[in-house]
Design a protein around this ligand. Structure first.
Ligand code: FE2
Length: 397
């Protein structure tokens, strides 16, 4: 039996101590339109924007917020802009998982001293209200990790209360979709984990990278023993920041019965790694998934047989380890098509969307935890079967 690692005691003097996820930046083909997609389907508030009208000549960005999630959708305004270059190759996707730290420059220097490679040098945006300093480290493939430090009115605590995100950002006026989202919240609270797909044979390289460069640690949990199965066709190790603020599972393809989903993802990215999914945490999976379904979110569908087997599998495991069985209404879980998995510590409810764009690339997971700190290994077989059906329909099997 293993237990969750104890978060290490990071001090304020530690430049790589992460305060929060500052934002997750997407590169998209059309930020203005994408903002409305994520607002309508996932309940994000379209909070602020920066574009030509606010003095931003090179790109346009929209800040979407929900709970403690901040998505920043960015489009380049010229063909040679890096965002346009990436969208041309890969379509829309996650570019940057950015961390709020005390001192972005110090964090950046420390990561470089740890063997990291610069994605971009420190830059400070400032006006009379305060400063936002950002510096980027190059991660796996397209992935960048920015460090962000903020002063004055731009402090993250102010941004969380609706304050301006950065110089050149303007607040949206009244929008019907924002009013609707207030009246019908989707209940998404924060990024539980962000998963990276890497090439065959590269998982340990990136595990070492997160340990050495960002000073993450391997997150021990109950389902890390035999995660590679003939059904999952992937191998996965989970890295966690020192304070467990964020977990970053790293997947590499494994030989399965059919082409793995990891392999399919890589092929659609010129064989370069990237973020496969963001898991968004809710406390009430049933209410969240019901609302998301109502809005038209396209979730993976599961074989009916899943629910014939799941209660025995999950509830017997919970009882075996002295926990209460799944308390949510079993029929409602089935009606909503939610997945359940259990380990020694408790259970979780999760559900995966289909790809969020035309290419079979980035997707979201909706997750609620009832004690379990793992990632749903028991669902891999069921998920594999469901995904395989999807792959078959796309002609990629
Ligand atoms: Fe996940």
């Amino acid at each position: 039996m293993t237990t969750a690692t104890t978060p290490s005691a990071k001090t304020a003097a530690d430049p790589l101590a992460l305060n929060d996820v500052d934002h997750v930046r997407f590169f998209v083909g059309n930020a203005k339109q994408a903002a409305f997609f994520y607002a309508h389907t996932f309940g994000f508030n379209i909070s602020q924007y920066a574009d030509l009208t606010t003095g931003c000549r090179t790109d346009a960005s929209y800040l979407l917020t929900q709970g403690n999630i901040r998505l920043l959708l960015t489009t380049g305004l010229s063909a040679d802009h890096p965002a346009q270059q990436e969208v041309l190759r890969y379509g829309d996707g996650v570019k940057d998982v950015a961390f709020d730290v005390e001192d972005a420059e110090a964090a950046y220097e420390r990561a470089l001293a740890n063997g990291g490679t610069s994605a971009y040098e420190p830059v400070t945006l400032k006006d009379d209200r305060g400063t936002v300093t950002m510096a980027g480290i190059q991660g796996a493939g397209r992935v960048v990790h920015s460090f962000v430090s903020r002063t004055g009115e731009y402090a993250l605590s102010n941004v969380k209360k609706g304050g301006t995100f950065a110089p050149n950002f303007a607040h949206m006026g009244t929008l019907g979709v924002n009013e609707m989202n207030k009246a019908r919240p989707c209940g998404l609270m924060y990024v539980d984990h962000a998963v990276i797909n890497v090439e065959l044979g590269k998982m340990n390289h990136w595990v070492d990278w997160y340990e050495n460069v960002l000073e993450f640690t391997m997150f021990k949990h109950f389902d890390d023993k035999d995660i590679s199965t003939e059904y999952s066709a992937l191998m996965s190790k989970v890295m966690a920041s020192g304070n467990h603020l964020i977990k970053m599972p790293i997947n590499e393809p494994a030989e399965g019965k059919k082409k793995s989903q990891i392999q399919e993802y890589l092929e659609w990215h010129d064989m370069t790694p990237g973020i496969q999914h963001l898991a968004l945490r809710t406390d009430d999976a049933l209410a969240s998934v019901a609302e998301l379904r109502h809005r038209g979110v396209d979730f993976l569908s599961l074989p009916d047989t899943y629910y014939e087997l799941v209660w025995d599998r999950v509830n017997s495991k919970l009882i075996e380890h002295g926990h209460e069985p799944v308390k949510e209404d079993h029929q409602k879980i089935r009606d909503l098509g939610i997945l359940i998995d259990a380990d020694d510590e408790g259970y979780l409810l999760q559900l995966f969307t289909k790809p969020l764009q035309d290419r079979p690339t980035l997707f979201f997971e909706i997750i609620a935890r009832r004690g379990s700190q793992s990632f749903g290994k028991g669902n891999f077989k069921a998920l594999f079967e469901a995904l395989e059906l999807e792959q078959q329909r796309r002609g990629n099997l």
